[in-house]
Design a protein around this ligand. Structure first.
Ligand SMILES: [Zn+2]
Length: 126
């Protein structure tokens, strides 16, 4: 099944990444719309004092990004990445549906052994 997702490695000058505190590692395409994937140090605090794990820009925006907080537990980062990609694919979907679906998909893929490769952003999964 084609999920409409493609990954394209992207090389950015290391200096600009260091200045901005942002790593832009690749572009992804979700249902024909291109997003930058960025790992960022801080996305703000959510309700109940939790840190925001990820954010997705409105698919109708011109320059769109999916931002994932750096330094999270690998499985939490995995969940956040799926969660934000689901927002991009189903912007109309309720937060609860996105959260529950991302958590279920994370659990299935995690149990099947899927992990982030060490060379993707320099951090290995567990
Ligand atoms: Zn969400």
């Amino acid at each position: 099944m084609d999920l409409g997702l493609t990954l394209t490695p992207l090389a950015y000058p290391p200096l600009s990444r260091a200045i901005l505190g942002i790593e832009v590692l690749m572009y992804v395409t979700i249902l024909g719309k291109q997003y930058q994937i960025k790992w960022v140090t801080y996305l703000g605090k959510a309700k109940r004092g939790y840190y925001v794990a990820g954010k997705c820009d409105d698919p109708t925006q011109q320059k769109k990004a999916i931002r994932i907080k750096k330094g999270q537990d690998p499985k939490t980062e995995f969940d956040a990445t799926i969660h934000e990609c689901l927002h991009a694919a189903a912007w109309w979907a309720a937060e609860e549906w996105v959260t529950d679906t991302a958590t279920d998909l994370t659990e299935i893929l995690w149990r099947l052994g899927y992990r982030k490769l060490e060379n993707v952003d320099g951090k290995a999964g567990k």
